[in-house]
Design a protein around this ligand. Sequence first.
Ligand code: UT7
Length: 329
Amino acid sequence: MSKIRAAITGIYGYIPEDILTNKALETLVDTNDEWIKARTGIEERHILRDPEKATSYMATEAVQGLLKKTGLSPLDIDLLICASVTPDYFFPDTGTLICYNIGAKNAFAYDIQAACSGFLFSATTGAKFIESGAYKNVIVVGADKMSSITDYTDRSTCILFGDAAGAILLQPNDQGFGLQDSWMRVDGVGAEFLHMKGGGSKNPPTHETVDKKWHYLFQDGKPVFKAAVKGMAEAVNEILKRNNLSPDDIRFVVPHQANLRIIQAVADYLKFPMERVMVNIQKYGNTTSATIPLCLWEWEDQLKPGDKVILTSFGGGYTWGASLWTWAY
Ligand code: UT7
């Protein structure tokens, strides 16, 4: 019997309507459109303005769109994994809220928090439940309301982030399509450079933590930039080597969208032409867990069965890695 692999059989995304342009940011902090475009590649990002709506809202929209598109009933979902650094609550987990919203009464769910690598790690994790033969329909959704942890007085971070959600459906495939390999790593040395200090058990919320702005994301961009280039290049290289592939064999590399210069540096290092690297950071900024599924969603029409695609990410932690997929539809 041939091996059961987990194939991506559908993708959908949700992008909030409101746009925050570079020009609008010029009115909030001492920055300008030229600097932001030149240093990051970002032109605008979308923000979920409604204070009543949170990450689960965007994720629910993405998953409902995915169900409609694939014709799957919510009752058929076995497992839903939500990747996020901006869950609605510490608990209950966002995945459970999404299942409740869509009526996935036969599913179990949980969240994975691995910063910008959350989607990559979750997709591999979800795939293992399919490969084991235990489950048939696994949804992985990456969703982040980054605006909820962004300090709009800090010009070094507020220009970077946006809100969005993206979801994939994983189903068994015995024709060789689907997840082929993944390589993932973490290194806590990165905690110093990219973190949110307040709100957890180390620094529970107090007036002081609010005054110190510890409930916002903090980033020291330079070391993260360097580590991101090295990490994603290393991960993709590792995947190529282990699978006896060259860049020519890969239809698309799908990198986490944190900075266009990081993406270009990784492509340069790998000698991979930018025409086959998915980039949409100019429209959405860094949406953390949603960047990779949003790219796949946008490029879906250009993918065909048998295409080899490498996903790669780098994020807070540090967390990083890459995975190799053979496209199934
Ligand atoms: O998704 C998780 C992983 N995250 C990342 O991979 C992000 C990694 N880091 C980066 O993308 C970049 O480091 C940033 C985009 C955050 C910053 O770009 P940079 O080229 O590393 O700039 P910098 O921090 O070295 O700053 C250069 C100058 C500084 O001025 P001085 O000290 O040279 O006078 C900054 O104060 O640019 C200044 N600057 C700005 N100027 C205008 C910083 N932010 C801004 C801004 N507008 N928004």
